[in-house]
Ligand binder design. Structure first.
Ligand code: DMJ
Length: 638
């Protein structure tokens, strides 16, 4: 109950003062009157001494019944450490009589988990109804887009316009299609697939510059996933868990347009003097070029392989896979810092550029795809793709050694940065983007099966168990980045208090969060773009650990999106400042809100194990692709 220091009731203040001193000068007038008029003072033989004794007895009883020293609630690992250090102190008697706060404070997630229905586990019908609410949110998001921005890349939900921020291929349509298939949102499936059939080929042949990475993960990935979920490679409902009665798209058309797009994107690889692709492609000219500074982001160059590999499989043409895999084979030969790599790479020299190391922007999905490309091709895991798992394992060791720290005072585990390389200083900064890592670590530990099954079958090494624990600790930190703010939504970037670091800045605004002093949110970092990474990790962790708290946390996050980002006329919007109420709206709905955020929330609340993680691998834009197994590959000519 810290922070509830409201004014004391008048009578209690008098008694407290009287008990604190024997000086007549300080005895309140009411007690003085009682002392000089014994007849008046005695009421049913009730003396001052008896009254004070009784008060003390009540005080002691109150203490025994209500206490846990200053509201401390023990939690997991780091909480225990704090608990050890905690020394119980008898509270000042004033604190016994505090007026209760008028509103119950918002508890941090762990405390809510312990205190309310979470442990009783909401019944399946509750999750079905929550899942339905996510589907309704998706349909609301789509309706805004369809009404005001159909065919544009993104919706501006406040100004009722569309905007082409991704090259003009109708990115929201394509990012949304597989989500609609998975949810059984049949009208959206019809509208999106019709738009693709009527428009996309023309757009691809006419549009100008697009970014290789964004177009691959959102557009190519979306088309390929929809192809698979529409039965393109003869997947039955048993594989995906998607009911075959759900509306699907036309897989032949999706494959055709995927190949057309990928053939143009391939120029980024084949025009480069090294194995590192150029960052941009001019679709209509069939040319490619580097970014103005000549550099590519490491994550962008290395986050293309799931999509190109799968296209090779379904088209029977190995060229896509061959070009994309050259990047990882090349990066394998470059020097690293304990498996960690700088965030820039030059397509001209093929070398990393600079020393800035982080798992946030420009670094993130490099680590994700090391694992997922290995996961994708099951029959090659122990042979020619083994190097990828080794690179991933080494990198995670590097993360634990060089980047993982704990906050003060409450021991939140986070992943910081090395902006000047291994020999420069440590920065306690973490992008929300880093919140993909708990999901990746959990997937890497069990390879997609449940923790229970992995333990029963003796599949987990000590390192797997350690990585799974780190995944759980980091997921908690990511969730606290939401709960520490006034809106319950995370900022784009957070800084963390660590021992001996002078990092300062304002807090998130939710004064009842236990972590209000652990997390710093600077003014320029307070925006929220409807990003998916935290709910993505909650989904993976729920599937793997089966711990219901991950669902409850996801539900709380979803409710905050509903409360603060929903636009009545249709769509959802990014926010400028998650720490102020009401938050200022930014007028942009990112495609990944439909492609990722709502899809992961829907799957988090799903009870049927749709898209099981040992059969599917989600690309970095949440487009599920099937894990390729030996028998399946031999029937295709790659
Ligand atoms: C998405 O486009 C992808 O998840 C990418 O890997 C990172 N950024 C966004 C979502 O935040």
């Amino acid at each position: 109950m810290s922070g509830s220091s409201g004014p004391l009731p008048y009578s209690m203040r008098d008694v407290d003062a009287a008990g604190a001193t024997t000086s007549p000068a300080t005895v309140p007038s009411r007690l003085k009157a009682l002392a000089t008029n014994r007849a008046k003072y005695q009421c049913g033989k009730f003396t001052v001494g008896k009254f004070l004794s009784l008060l003390m007895v009540f005080g002691l009883i109150y203490l025994l019944l209500h206490k846990s020293p200053d509201g401390f609630v023990s939690g997991r690992v780091h909480d225990k450490e704090v608990q050890k250090k905690h020394v119980w102190k008898a509270p000042n008697i004033r604190t016994l009589w505090r007026k209760p706060p008028r509103l119950p404070p918002r508890l941090p997630p762990n405390e809510i988990y312990k205190n309310n229905s979470l442990l009783q586990q909401s019944p399946p019908s509750e999750w079905a109804s929550r899942q339905k609410k996510v589907k309704e949110a998706f349909e609301h998001a789509w309706s805004g887009y369809r009404n005001y921005a159909m065919g544009y890349d993104e919706l501006m939900p406040l100004s009722h316009r569309g905007v082409d921020g991704l090259g003009g291929l109708g990115a929201t349509v394509i990012d949304s299609l597989d989500t609609a298939i998975i949810m059984g949102a049949d009208d959206v499936v019809s509208e999106a697939s019709k738009w693709i059939e009527d428009n996309l080929t023309k757009r691809i042949s006419e549009k100008g510059q697009v970014n290789l990475f964004e177009t691959t993960i959102r557009v190519l990935g979306g088309l390929l996933s929809a192809y698979h979920l529409s039965g393109g490679d003869h997947a039955g409902s048993n594989d995906s868990g998607i009911p075959i009665t759900y509306k699907r798209a036309n897989p032949e058309r999706l494959l055709e347009v995927s190949k057309d797009l990928a053939d143009r994107l391939l120029l980024a690889f084949t025009s480069s003097p090294t194995a590192v692709p150029l960052s941009d492609v001019v679709l209509r000219d069939r040319t490619a070029h580097a970014a103005p500074d000549g550099l590519s982001s490491t994550s962008e160059a290395s986050t293309l392989q799931l999509e190109f590999n799968y296209l090779s499989r379904i088209s029977g043409d190995p060229k896509y896979e061959t070009e994309a895999m050259k990047v990882l084979e090349h990066i394998r030969t470059l020097p690293t810092v304990e498996g960690l790599v700088p965030i820039y790479i030059s397509p001209h020299s093929g070398q990393f550029s600079g020393e800035n190391i982080r798992l946030g922007s420009r670094g993130d999905s490099y680590y994700e795809y090391l694992l997922k490309v290995w996961v994708q091709q099951e029959e090659r895991r122990d042979s020619n793709l083994k190097y990828l798992f080794e690179m991933y394992t080494k990198a995670m060791k590097g993360v634990k050694h060089l980047l993982v720290r704990k906050t003060v005072p409450n021991g939140l585990v986070f992943v910081g940065e090395l902006p000047y390389g291994q020999n420069g200083g440590f920065s306690p900064k973490m992008d929300h983007l880093v919140c993909f890592l708990p999901g990746t670590l959990a997937l890497g530990a069990t390879k997609g099966v449940t923790k229970k099954k992995a333990l029963e079958n003796n599949l987990l090494t000590d390192e797997d168990i350690e990585n799974l624990q780190l995944a759980e600790d980091l997921a908690k930190t990511c969730v606290e980045m939401y709960f520490v703010t006034s809106t319950g939504l995370a900022p784009e970037i957070a800084y963390f208090h660590i021992e001996g670091n002078s990092e300062v800045g304002p807090d998130g605004g939710n004064k009842s969060s236990k972590y209000i002093n652990d997390i710093i949110i600077k003014p320029l970092d307070r925006h929220n773009l409807l990003r998916p990474e935290t709910v993505e990790s909650l989904f993976v962790l729920y599937r793997i650990t089966e711990d219901p708290k991950y669902r409850e946390w996801g539900w709380q996050i979803f409710q905050s999106f509903e409360k603060y980002t929903k636009v009545d006329s249709g769509g959802y919007t990014s926010l400028d400042d998650v720490t102020s109420l009401p938050p200022h709206k930014r007028d942009k709905m990112e495609t990944f809100f439909l492609g990722e955020t709502l899809k992961y929330l829907y799957l988090l609340f799903d009870d049927s194990n749709t898209l099981p993680l040992d059969k599917y691998v989600f690309n970095t834009e949440a487009h599920p692709l099937p894990i390729m197994r030996a028998a399946e590959r031999t029937s295709h000519s790659v």
